[in-house]
Ligand binder design. Sequence first.
Ligand code: NCD
Length: 320
Amino acid sequence: MVGRSVVTLDDLSTTEILDLLDKAHYIDGHRRQVAHTCDGRVLATLFYEPSTRTRLSFETAMLRLGGKVIGFAGAQLSSVTKGESISDTLKTVSNYVDVVAIRHPKEGAALVARQAASVPVINAGDGGHMHPTQTLADLATLRSRFGRITDLTIGLCGDLTFGRTVHSLIEALCRFGNVRFVLISPDELACPQYVLDRIEATPTCSYVETRDLAGAIGGLDVLYMTRVQKERFFNEDDYLRLRDTYILDEAKMALAKPDMAVLHPLPRVNEIAVEVDDDPRAAYFEQVRNGMLMRMALESSVVGDTLPGYESNEPRKVRV
Ligand code: NCD
């Protein structure tokens, strides 16, 4: 994985993804031992779009590995305002750092960044396209809840058109196979065709589309809720009309299996009532923790720093 950029999880083999899951698990149990893994390394976070969790998570990950962090949060403080291209920014920043995490409102920006950079680039979200490190957090959460990331019925609910976390998660789960997707959205926010094509091209995966969360929830092992992506709408009225289509509350949770897991990449707006937070099936704050651990695993791997004491050929203790 050394030197590798991650624009989508297709940039990693399934073995590498499983190794990252194992590494994150190891890191969690060996915080002190790994605290100097990336001594002397520098991460740049180039965030052209708002973020709380993702940027702080990338940065905390590097700091907890002993490295340092530079970057900007908000393009208004960078040379973008002077008209600098992404390529030029990346060619510049490559001279300063060992790894870059970039978030940008335009689909494809991370690919452009990777082509220009001479250090690994990690996509921290490119428009409505992909968000691979959120998916790593999601996979870690599935594995910790179920002991596996296959043989699951997964409902994805909300903004499936613009929700990049949904697109990345489906892409990754199709790599491992044996997942039934239940795509729950209003017609206007349905999953893009290229994502459906991916499921159709996977013999062991299938999908159904529905508008009815209450009708579907009882059959789900996982419910992945998403926010309606206000910033990607062309028209405020459409956003206002669609934003509260789904609200997961105690009444709906009463229809779900006793061990269903509720995931959400956060931030939440209204789509999960706060009362659900105390339900043991709510896994979304666990997901945040897993996000940091997975970014620690990924950052140390792409810069080529070995976690002290970690044997990557260890027999896997947990089934896929
Ligand atoms: C997500 C994103 O930015 O796509 N947030 C995150 O990174 N955890 C989801 C969202 O903004 O709705």
